[in-house]
Design a protein. Sequence first.
Length: 536
Amino acid sequence: MKKNSLGRRKFLGLSAIATATAMGGTTFTLSSCSKEDDLKANPYETEALVIGSGFGGSVAALRLGEAGIKTTMLEMGKFYDSTVSNKAFSPAFFPDTRATWLKTGTFEMPLGPDFPLSGNKFVGVLDRNKASANGDMDIYRGTCLGGGSVVYGGMLPKPRVELWSKHFPDIEYSEMEAKWYPKVHSMIDISTVPENILNSEFYQYSRVGLEHCENAGMEKVMLPCGFDFGIVNEELSGQISKSVLNSEMIFGVNSGCKNSLDKNYIPAAIGTGNVTVETLHRVESVRKLSDKYAVEVAQIDESGNAIKYKTYTCKYLFVNAGVVGTMNILLKAKYDGGLANLNEHVGQAWGNNGNTMAMRSNLNDDTGGKQGAIPVSGYGDLNNPIAPLLAEQAPFPLGLELKSLLMLAIVDNPERGYWQYNPQKQKAELIWNKEQHQLSIDAMKNFVARLNAANGGEINTLLVKNNGYTSNFTYHPLGGAVRNLASDAYGRLHGYDNLYCIDGSMMPGFSCCANPALTIAALAERSMEKIIAEDF
């Protein structure tokens, strides 16, 4: 597709979103998503239905729209218009209930004390989901239009080629590099941090981390980021209010510098004229009819209350609601008979991407009180004697000089959990115990010990629970509808025609020592090309 054609579609989509938002609407479209005859029979009939607006859902919607397929995308959360003047998102300190999904009182942060929340219950952008039955694993997930892309750190590195064939034996890495990663790059502007920003006072912590990495004989890594660093430069120069340079990240970024999916894939999908996006629509159940799927949906208000119930029907159904949402939809449908023929692998092979955090403190170096919230650097430690890992230099922007460095590791841990449906609680529960995380902690301990031996410092057990190494949450849930197990190699779920899952659930629990978003999007692109060519 020509670049100017894509640009026009994005412009048209953004204009449609802006118009609907200004009028207080929750439906974003350029044209009706149903034929006139269908509207007379069922106002909620569509050829294809996409549940979820994260990386898998957004890729699916765009490619369906480009192919001329009338498509509806359903998103449980709301749209947050991140412009400089709008201030749509909650501040980082101190947050209000726009920060979190339907919670009041306090919000449990990854580290340190819980944050008090001001305001009434609201459909905020981030949920710390109590996923596991025993409390040993929580999952952070995005809950707004754009899904995790609005609340993630924007880190989009490629997987390590050294580990690829172990976890994705049926796909040549050269194919990903030649076609699918560039296709995602053509939609999401990705770059590494410019020198002037890296050398500013806001990234002293990253510079110290890179020096410590080199002193310990590890691989220095500059992370590709999904950010507009031109806007960050405007923050740095004082042309606009500071946002990522004022700690904003996990609750959304008000300066608009994060290249989240609501700025690229989703408006481009709307701009095809074939895609309607409905926000504040929560899926309640799915069932297969003779020749189509019926999806029961509750339309909710901004306090999470159901205000209307709808039944959408479609021939092609894409369940891409993120791992937590997708597991709840599929396992409930399998239990209640709506999708009884889903195979035994649905719910299996879940992993947390080896996520472990630790903080080194009492360092000999100042790390800066003001810390930019975009993680831009990391440490490669593929030769770790316990397990290969990548550690990313995370900010800890409290505005105080702490002589500390916080790190998030992605560890090649083979342990997997599984999901099962609990009819009493009417939810899918993750079966996972903390002992399964021990290998990740051991690899992180070895990594930290070598850094401290080369540079000084000690593990921080005050701010980081579990003796300094986190084990009870993940930012990177992966698996549950894994390709080549629950589905074929392209996300076609076994047991049904025209039923697909191409979100993070299709990943085999690990993304090869990298953040998973880029690979989820690239595999979704690969799947959609095959699906549209063969199934429509």
